[in-house]
Write a protein that binds this ligand. Sequence first.
Ligand SMILES: O=C(O)[C@H]1O[C@H](OP(=O)(O)OP(=O)(O)OC[C@H]2O[C@@H](n3ccc(=O)[nH]c3=O)[C@H](O)[C@@H]2O)[C@H](O)[C@@H](O)[C@H]1O
Length: 482
Amino acid sequence: MPAGVVDAAAKGVRLERHAAGAAVLLRRASGAKQLASASSHLLFRATVLATLALVVLFAVHYPSLLSRSFSLSAAPSSGSPSAAAARSRPSHRSLLGSGASYGGAAWEREVRRRATPRRDGGLSVLVTGAAGFVGAHCSLALRGRGDGVLGLDNFNSYYDPALKRARQRLLASRGVVVLDADINDAALLERLFAAAPFTHVLHLAAQAGVRYAMQAPQTYVASNVAGLVSLFEVAAKHADPQPAIVWASSSSVYGLNTDAPFSEEHRTDRPASLYAATKKAGEAIAYAYNHIYGLSITGLRFFTVYGPWGRPDMAYFSFARSIVAGEPITLFRTADGADARRDFTYIDDVVKGCLGALDTAGRSTGDKSGKKRGPAPLRVYNLGNTSPVPVTRMVAILEKLLGKKANKRVVTMPSNGDVPFTHANVTHAARDFGYRPATSLEAGLRHFVDWFVQYYKLDIKGSNVLAGKTTKKKSMAMSAAS
Ligand SMILES: O=C(O)[C@H]1O[C@H](OP(=O)(O)OP(=O)(O)OC[C@H]2O[C@@H](n3ccc(=O)[nH]c3=O)[C@H](O)[C@@H]2O)[C@H](O)[C@@H](O)[C@H]1O
């Protein structure tokens, strides 16, 4: 075969191959096109279905977001507060989410609404530790007089979180929302201050308990030092306007002070526990933030606060439980055989002190730019009862109220942070905001035991609590406050 023919034939074969290849490519291309078109149909349908599902989900949850959760109108009826609280759902959780999920326009609107006072000249207060003992009582009192209140609490398990949840439900039933949030979550605090112009912060979130500090020292640093700094930082640098801050210090800062009664002028440089040391550190930190940023700061030194809805870790509460259960209680005596004494202070008196401190807290003088216009108030007050009582006397009152003898074991006070006595001088608080403690330990414990028996649904025969002997109205003051 001539070479040209061979070439032509070869070219023809190549051309045929190319043609065949092109046909295959074309077929593949058209297949791909069909596939792409089928996929886009599928994608379109999936998008439509997903959108529909989202619409349905939103429709189901929207009411809980804005109405059910915030129309917290189911007030506890008569009967035990716990039962009433259990009937009221913790719906604000679904409403306000938790932690990082907080935010959005609807959330901000609701934060603002909660923070808005309902009376002329009312305060707008962010309460930290609002599901705690003092926090819950103060939140209700503030709300009851028409101030705007928004609470937050991290619901830690230092003591039974179920009690904190019960307080939260009670507050919810009175229109106070408590967010699940930690004071160390600076981003959340910033969002809160961006959403609402809080005029005041009542900062009660803390790691409490004197003796527990031996077991869990870091939790004290995290809450009482790092948490305090976190709050001060946001209040100083992000809040506009800067709020005035009233916060919980402690009688324990007097430590091994022997001058009595304890005055704010006495030395507080001998803390006997890490708890006391963190509260003392808090007072120094407050000084620095006041000095640098012009934050108005008031520290309140609480003296062994007790009452209904109290803290189960405290002696009066745990002793009551042990007496009812027939279990032994351990009483501490000093090395020279003296009874430990405490200036037990009733919760209603402390609430009045907290509100008085808020009402008289002057304004902060700084702004977000870091400038301050002049000195801002820096205050510290004792909130005690001014009449120390031996712990043995406290036990005797409980025995009488519960109609049952305690099984007592007396030991020498271990060196775990305890102090032998506390005794408050409250002349400064009396002078500046009319603080006058008015509740004897007998009366206060009666209110506590009344609540205690109802909350835990105890049926105590022979006690002085039931059979209408107590002033129910008074002991249920917190649940009745609105
Ligand atoms: O004022 C405060 O700043 C602190 O008050 C509270 O501390 P305290 O005054 O130590 O209260 P609390 O534990 O109820 O012990 C009371 C008495 O019972 C004695 N006590 C205690 C336990 C025990 O098993 N036996 C006993 O005899 C004990 O020796 C003491 O004499 C808060 O807990 C604390 O968070 C902080 O707020």
